[in-house]
Design a protein around this ligand. Structure first.
Ligand code: FAD
Length: 464
């Protein structure tokens, strides 16, 4: 319920060009909003009866085909860099690009930032250490490291930041931090906006003959809306934009789980000799609260039937697991705090990039001229592997860069690619590359790599 002392006009103005664009700094919260609902408060109405003439629905034809009418779609924004998907990769991309002074628009289907790290309750940061000359070296610097440092300064924000350890963050602290960082960077935000299509230029790139992406359509409560952009970064994790744009990719299936958090672990008192129950998970930054990971079956994470089935199945399983924990003597007070609002899809669509990462190359320490980041090892026990810019670029579509878990890599690389440090590093580099391409008025494919690397280093990224 939106109750505010700001006038309706101020509120609409704060929404930017119309629907859902929250200029985050200008929506001041008042005491009244912080209070509970008022009884018998009149709602606000325009006083206008809407006759339904805006509707343009699809038709079920006689041949059984459902046809969508051709419609022109309202444009809600024109931007330099459009980042679709505000998970760990997307937030880094948006912040990095905005810090280079271009206009950045960030689109997210849910109502918060952070992707699987917040909505998915995946709290453990695996793989940001490598072993070099016998020493453990932290590969994620730049924006990822800044995030961890800022979480460290927040109460219950992050634990295990000691040298060589893999830290664990708190989802609420990270959500809050991302609001701060996105707001500070002056990024235009559209939450509750689900990208459902790509916008393509009306003619192909004269040099490559490839189609050119020019933005995205988002489905909103106000209908479809268009965002036109010079460069697009696809950080949806599932490659929703490059899929819609016709980029060559592979479709993968990998354990789909559901993460949960359990509480009252500081109130367990098992009699001596009690075996530790299963499904207790691992410590989180909040005392007495553990996060509980789940593997789950390898199925198609883009299929709504699969996702629906697993949501039901996993919730039942988690409830039973907690009952099992509670039935252990001394653990009676343990309770299920929450199941993640977002199902844990690990890998789905992976771009067929200009360069593809392989485990063999990663282990051999292959170097690339277009290296834009370095990935780590889960336990920090092997050398770092370079992330070439070519692994973020699709082979056959222009002006779209991907980052995060959908970059070009063979299946054996999935476990190294999908962890947070790689998502932060690849997101960071995608954002910088997109901004450099805009500033130099070239396609993402022909961006000047030394210039990208120079800007990444200026933003404290680690390039090996
Ligand atoms: C169960 C599970 C356990 C894991 N355990 C670990 C671990 O211990 N350590 C570790 O480092 N990693 C772990 N991972 C991997 C890690 O969580 C993810 O790979 C990482 O979050 C990927 O980041 P991303 O930014 O690429 O994508 P995501 O985190 O998936 O973010 C994508 C964002 O895009 C949004 N989005 C998607 N589609 C659209 C659309 N069409 N329109 C608008 N917005 C859209 C999503 O809502 C989301 O916010 C785990 C993953 C899972 C699922």
């Amino acid at each position: 319920m939106f109750q505010s002392d700001v006038s309706r006009r101020e509120w609409i103005k704060s929404l930017g060009l119309g629907v859902g664009a929250a200029a985050l700094t200008s929506v001041g919260l008042t005491n009244r909003e912080a209070q509970a609902d008022f009884v018998h408060k009149e709602d606000k109405t325009t006083g206008k009866l809407l006759d339904g003439s805006q509707a343009n629905p699809s038709t079920l034809q006689a041949d059984g085909v459902v046809a969508r009418p051709a419609v022109s779609i309202p444009k809600i924004s024109e931007t330099d860099v459009l980042v679709v998907g505000a998970g760990p990769a997307g937030c880094c991309a948006a912040i990095a690009a905005a810090r280079l002074g271009v206009k950045v628009t960030l689109v997210e289907r849910y109502g918060h930032f952070g992707g699987l790290a917040t909505g998915g309750l995946v709290l453990h940061i695996l793989g940001h250490w490598t072993k070099q000359n016998g020493e453990k070296v932290q590969v994620v610097q730049g924006i990822g490291e800044e995030m961890m440092q800022r979480l460290e300064a927040m109460p219950y924000g992050i634990i295990n930041r000691e040298h060589g350890k893999n830290p664990t963050l708190d989802a609420e602290a990270y959500k809050y931090l991302l609001v701060e960082m996105i707001t500070e960077a002056n990024i235009e935000v559209f939450l509750h906006s689900w990208c459902c299509d790509a916008i393509m230029a009306d003619s192909p790139d004269p040099k490559t003959g490839n189609p050119i992406v020019r933005g995205a359509i988002v489905q909103t409560k106000s209908g479809p809306q268009a965002i036109v952009a010079k460069q697009v970064v696809d950080t949806t994790g599932d490659g929703d934009v490059f899929f819609a744009a016709g980029a060559i990719h592979t479709q993968r299936e990998y354990d789909i789980g559901l993460v949960s958090r359990i509480g009252n672990l500081d109130r367990v008192n098992p009699p001596e000799g009690t075996k530790r129950p299963r499904h207790l998970g691992d410590a989180s930054p909040v005392p007495g609260v553990n996060w509980v990971n789940m593997a789950g079956p390898s199925l198609d994470g883009c299929d709504p039937r699969v996702l629906s089935e697993l949501e039901l199945k996993h919730r039942k399983q988690i409830w039973k697991q907690v009952e099992e924990v509670r039935s252990t003597p001394g653990y009676e007070n343990v309770y299920l705090m929450e199941t993640a609002p977002q199902i844990g899809v690990r890998i789905t669509r992976v771009i067929e990039g200009v360069e593809t990462l392989t485990l063999e190359n990663a282990k051999a320490g292959k170097t690339y001229d277009d290296c834009v980041g370095v990935g780590g090892a889960w336990g920090g026990d092997h050398i770092g592997w370079q992330i070439p810019y070519g692994s973020l670029l699709p082979k056959n579509v222009e002006n779209i860069i991907t980052a995060g878990r959908s970059i070009s890599a063979e299946p054996l690389m999935s476990d190294l690619v999908r962890v947070y440090p790689n998502c932060w590093a690849s997101g960071h580099s995608a954002g910088v590359a997109a901004a450099v391409a805009v500033k130099s008025d070239v396609t993402a494919r022909s961006v000047d790599i030394p210039e990208v690397r120079k800007n990444l280093l200026a933003q404290k990224a680690y390039l090996g």
